[in-house]
Ligand binder design. Structure first.
Ligand code: A3P
Length: 307
């Protein structure tokens, strides 16, 4: 804990400390507290949270002009569990807040570091990943936008070199993805593995998949009444980005982050506007090496966009 100094934070090297920090009852505590809110993998968490909330809570909150997603940011409705169970001052575990069942939480914690109470129970996990080219750019832009209040921004090339070494919040992206991927193969009832690009390509199919996986399948009546389409519309980038709460709202207590930073372009392939040929070559090689034999591949451009 003491090693996480101001200097370490500034140099963005803290990720390397994650492995050496003590785990308390299976949770990584001080690290996450320290970095809450900005070590973010940028793979579609906000979207997944919105969809999951709308799907699971649809009996309580039918899609209407009073829906909670129209007035709250998805991160407030599906809070990161590491935010809510630790006492801010003395790092103590508190009981989960009395949220109505089913309780939905988000996290960026790697699978290996999840608490036993999550891994070894019937808690369901939905994981979303995104091609690493777009994820890196999305993270870099996000961090640079929100960082000035916390940390100096890094130039693209420097951030990229660090990313290729695995220096990024919550550890190397390839380890993070493979951890959940392997678990989804071993225990498909426990972990649903999604790709941002697939959800974008066929959102109806994936919304149904999420609903079935969590035990809230749509009835025929709901399907014919357009419930799925209404959920998709409510959670769409175009809709969420324009909501007052996401245009002007903020989240966090000490470190305030403006909600608008969670909604940027939502495109597949924006990385082409940033990557040099040598960066493409380097990251492609890393991906080939790290994911070899895993049967996992990533789509780097939008199939619907011919440009
Ligand atoms: P870009 O920065 O490429 O635009 P996270 O939610 O994990 O922080 O990921 C943020 C990324 O998801 C951003 O990508 C953001 O624009 C995109 N995003 C946010 N809300 C979305 C939505 N409702 N549908 C699709 N993409 C969304």
């Amino acid at each position: 804990e003491k090693e996480v100094t101001e200097e370490n934070k500034r140099s963005h090297d803290c990720k390397e400390l994650i492995v050496s920090l003590p785990r308390e009852k299976g949770w990584i505590t001080p690290y996450l507290h320290l970095f809450q809110g900005f070590c973010v993998p940028k793979s579609g968490t906000t979207w997944l949270k919105a969809l999951t909330f709308a799907i699971v809570k649809r009996q309580h909150f039918p899609i209407s002009e009073n829906h909670p997603l129209l007035v709250f940011n998805p991160h407030e409705l599906v809070p990161p569990f590491e935010f809510v169970i630790y006492d801010e001052n003395n790092w103590q575990v508190h009981e989960l807040p009395k949220m109505p069942e089913p309780r939905l939480f988000g996290t960026h914690v790697p699978f290996a570091s999840l608490a036993k109470s999550i891994k070894e129970t019937n808690t369901k996990i939905i994981y979303i990943c995104r091609n690493l080219f777009d994820t890196f750019i999305s993270t870099w832009v996000f961090v640079n936008r929100i960082m000035p209040e916390f940390l100096p921004a890094l130039p693209l090339e420097e951030a990229f070199e660090r990313y290729c070494k695995g220096i990024i919040g919550f550890g190397p992206s390839w380890n993070h993805i493979l951890g959940y991927w392997r678990e989804s193969i071993a225990r498909p009832d426990k972990v649903l593995f999604l790709k941002y690009e697939d959800v974008k390509e066929d959102v109806v199919f994936n919304v149904k998949k999420i609903a079935e996986f969590l035990g809230y399948p749509f009835t025929e009546e709901e399907e014919s009444n357009g419930v799925i389409e209404n959920i998709i519309k409510l959670c769409s980038f175009e809709n969420m980005k324009e909501l007052m709460v996401n245009k002007c709202g903020t989240m966090g207590k000490g470190r305030i982050v403006e909600n608008k930073y969670f909604f940027r372009k939502a495109e597949i392939g924006d990385w082409v506007n940033y990557f040099s040929p040598s960066m493409v070559e380097k990251l492609s090689k890393i991906i080939e090496e790290k994911f070899s034999g895993s049967d996992l591949s990533f789509r780097l451009c939008d199939l619907n966009n011919s440009t």
